[in-house]
Design a protein around this ligand. Structure first.
Ligand SMILES: [Zn+2]
Length: 445
């Protein structure tokens, strides 16, 4: 469903006599963690959102007539006056003091958004730690380059690690020179935006410790042929979008398709986590510590590789394949893709609807007259569904826990199986604690 940006004619984007706001965004890999409902980036936006191209772009040369200039590093006050983002180090380095033991991030930040962080209660808090010491290692994999692996058993909900990002940059591309979009075709204007974003990223990276910068530059880049510069290519390949770091008010909401006010968060270890359609890791951004926290979204065994899903997991194998292409993944080799069948495609696509149907049915089971049990077939069918869902890895979905599991508990109770009901409730409470912790990390009550 990604828009074929290069096929759009400029005329269609700037209809005559109509003022359309066109914003060019820098697509990054990951939809907000676990927020399947929130993968709304492809819905019709209120403003015209153009995603920059990927793949092999024929002509990436800057348009004739555009004369690149060396951008100035603006102070925060100058940036504010010029309506430009500022490049800041966060937490700030203090002259004569050693660096923060948890590291610093370079942040290309708009307007007053920085205040959300520095005014957060407790800022700057230390980066959260895994409760049992270091729990991961980075190793080479036979087919996926480097990957991150658990070094011990990690139960669902536990923090695996957390880190300060290396670079945080706005999703929306804005020029830093006084270029006039009306002087160029949209394709040419996009080339300029990409060029100037790279200039900004280069300025940000020049402020890093050499070792941090070297680790950043060693990340995979699957945008080498589309006009993205080397650092922006890495941001596009490896950046995370988080739900609570944005310009303006509020968090990412269902139906909020704009994606415009959010930031791409590039990490060191976190950005080395590979993709699987059966993910076992989720993340939350802790504003007061300016850090990304990576947690187990299911029980993980020692030596298992950590995976995050870069694509919407409610999609068929072929739709996932198309969505993964910009990240250089031509064929996902997770168990769900290798073993995909028309049935597993249907299961993924109908998962939410089926969960909602069980939820509605379970309300009617509550009305069963005393002494009447739920038919055994109904329970069996639910258990078959659950088995298939777990096999497909869809059991990390919030819907699975908030709607299906309580319905299953009701089914067990109404089928006269109280010990099974208790088992399900115990699992549900484990998930509830994990959600509570995740919300606390994000600064939500
Ligand atoms: Zn897959």
């Amino acid at each position: 469903m990604k828009r074929g940006f290069l096929n759009n004619k400029k005329a269609a984007l700037y209809p005559k006599g109509e003022s359309t706001t066109t914003v060019v965004v820098n697509p990054i890999s990951a939809p907000p963690s676990n927020a399947i409902k929130a993968v709304a980036a492809d819905r019709e936006p209120a403003v015209q959102v153009m995603k920059v191209p990927h793949g092999k772009v024929k002509n990436t040369a800057l348009p004739a007539g555009y004369i690149p200039t060396k951008p100035k590093m603006l102070s925060e006050a100058e940036a504010m006056r010029a309506n430009q983002p500022a490049i800041i180090t966060i937490p700030a380095r203090s002259a004569g003091q050693p660096p923060d033991p948890d590291g610093h991030s370079e942040w290309i930040v708009n307007g007053t958004t920085k205040n959300k962080v520095i005014n957060a209660p407790g800022y700057p808090q230390p980066v959260p730690k895994s409760p049992k010491g270091k729990s991961y290692e980075i190793k080479s994999t036979p087919t996926m380059g480097k990957g991150v692996f658990a070094t011990r058993d990690i139960p669902m909900g536990e923090i695996i690690f957390a880190e300060r990002p290396s670079i945080v940059s706005p999703r929306a591309l804005k020029p830093i020179s006084k270029v006039n979009p009306n002087d160029y075709s949209l394709a040419d204007y996009t080339k300029i935006l990409l060029f100037e974003r790279e200039q900004q990223l280069e300025m940000a990276a020049s402020r890093m410790e050499p070792e941090t910068r070297a680790r950043l530059m060693a990340l995979q880049n699957s945008h080498k042929e589309d006009g993205s510069g080397p650092i922006n290519g890495i941001v596009r390949t490896n950046g995370y979008q988080v739900m609570n770091l944005r310009d303006g008010d509020g968090e990412f909401k269902e139906g909020d398709s704009s994606n415009l006010h959010y930031y791409s968060v590039l990490c060191d270890v976190g950005s080395r986590i590979n993709h699987s359609c059966i993910p076992n890791v989720t993340h939350a951004f802790k504003i007061s510590a300016f850090s990304m926290v990576f947690m187990a979204s299911r029980d993980i065994k020692a030596e298992e590789q950590l995976f995050f899903s870069y694509c919407g997991i409610h999609k068929s194998a072929s739709d996932r394949k198309a969505e993964l292409e910009p990240y250089g993944i031509t064929q996902c080799i997770c168990a769900a893709c290798i073993n995909a069948t028309p049935e597993t495609d249907t299961l993924r696509k109908t998962f939410s609807a089926r969960v909602q149907a069980y939820k509605s049915q379970s309300l009617t089971w509550e009305q069963l007259p005393k002494g009447r049990k739920l038919p055994a077939e109904t329970l069996d069918e639910m258990l078959r569904f659950q088995k298939a869902v777990v096999k497909e890895g869809l059991d990390v979905n919030d819907d699975y826990w908030t709607d299906f599991i309580p319905s299953l508990a009701t089914a067990f109770r109404k089928a006269g199986k109280p010990s099974e009901e208790m088992m399900v409730i115990r699992e549900f409470m484990k998930w509830g604690n994990y959600m509570k912790e995740k919300r606390a990390i994000r600064g939500l009550a």
